[in-house]
Write a protein that binds this ligand. Structure first.
Ligand code: MRU
Length: 326
């Protein structure tokens, strides 16, 4: 399932805010539209944001100062490292006199390869018929192909595995309901949608063999920033003795962050909680809301971090660096 197309120097994305009800492709023609597409989650999911930002930098730096453009796009969403990683890579290519479009295409193609490797590693930890719980959307809509958190399920389907997936709806933006269940249905994968507050009961019933989630930034000690609500799922998994796996490319590890407290957490408009997906407001106008988009899962709750370079197990402060040199 594609979320982005680059054709004849033109950039198109599927507007993910309209899914699953409408599949609408939109052309992005200027930097303001690119910023807005990331900010409003028309394009979302850490790797997909990075790929999109790579193309945006390559195209719109033709008419804009590349350094200002980088700062501008980076400010659209702060938590996922992939955004600033991709824009920095295009700036470096520019400084080295490389072709920027070719660099953006390389970022895109490398992501396909990374997602495939992550999925292959993850499949070594899973069994045909396993019950899987996932949170948010870390599938093809959030990446280039396969996905991270959903990658082993999508690749596994191609290879004949049958998983039973439970998708948390993921309040308040409902990526689990709107995107994950849509994407898995389309891939022919058995998926059951649950509200976020049902995860404990489903685990208690013995329906879950593993939790798989994507991630937006990994600190040097293995703390991970994930979609809001993920840390609660990790605490439940620990309680029920279910393996909790975080999946993401090696480039998601940010050694500049020593632990999760160093990761900037995006806070979004409170209207998303009360109004965005409801016909009528669910609370009074004056009711205060707190709407952090991500939370930090403590490394002690993570069974393994599955990257394109291999499966990393605790102690993360040693093994995350070690895998780079292996
Ligand atoms: O706010 P979103 O929809 O961009 O958040 C997405 C997630 O949290 C994903 O799980 C994460 O980016 C990993 S994507 C493979």
């Amino acid at each position: 399932m594609e979320n982005l197309k680059f054709k004849e120097n033109k950039l198109f994305i599927i507007d993910q805010t309209l899914l699953p009800n409408e599949e609408k492709w939109v052309e992005i023609t200027n930097k303001e539209q690119a910023y807005n597409a990331i900010k409003t989650l028309m394009v979302r999911g850490a790797p997909a944001i990075g790929i999109f930002a790579g193309y945006s930098m390559a195209i719109f730096s033709q008419n804009n100062d590349i350094y200002e453009l980088k700062n501008y796009l980076d400010s659209s969403r702060p938590t996922a490292v992939n955004l600033s990683w991709a824009t920095a890579r295009i700036v470096k290519a520019y400084e080295n006199g490389k072709n920027l479009i070719e660099e953006a295409i390389a970022i895109h193609n490398e992501d396909i390869e990374m997602c495939r490797k992550i999925s292959e590693y993850a499949l070594t930890l899973l069994h045909d018929g396993d019950g899987i719980l996932t949170h948010c959307n870390a599938g093809e809509l959030a990446t280039s192909k396969y996905g991270t958190g959903l990658g082993p399920l999508i690749l596994g389907k191609e290879m004949g595995y049958n998983f039973k997936v439970f998708s948390d709806e993921t309040r308040p933006l409902l990526q689990g309901a709107r995107l994950t269940s849509y994407e898995l249905e389309k891939a022919g994968i058995d998926v059951t949608l649950i509200c976020d507050n049902m995860a404990s009961f489903v685990m208690k019933q013995g329906k879950i063999n593993a939790v798989l989630v994507g991630c937006d930034r990994v600190a040097a000690n293995g703390d991970t920033a994930n979609k809001i609500g993920t840390s609660g799922v990790a605490i439940l998994a620990e309680y029920y003795g279910i393996p909790f796996y975080v999946l993401g490319p090696y480039s998601t590890i940010d050694f500049n962050c020593s632990n999760g407290n160093d990761i900037e957490i995006e806070e979004r408009d409170s209207e998303e909680i009360k109004n965005l997906y409801f016909e009528k407001s669910t609370a009074l106008k004056e009711t205060k809301c707190f709407n952090p988009a991500f939370d930090v899962t403590d490394h002690s709750l993570i069974t393994a971090i599955i990257t394109d370079k291999g499966i990393v197990r605790p102690p993360y402060n040693i093994n995350l660096r070690k895998i780079l040199n292996d």
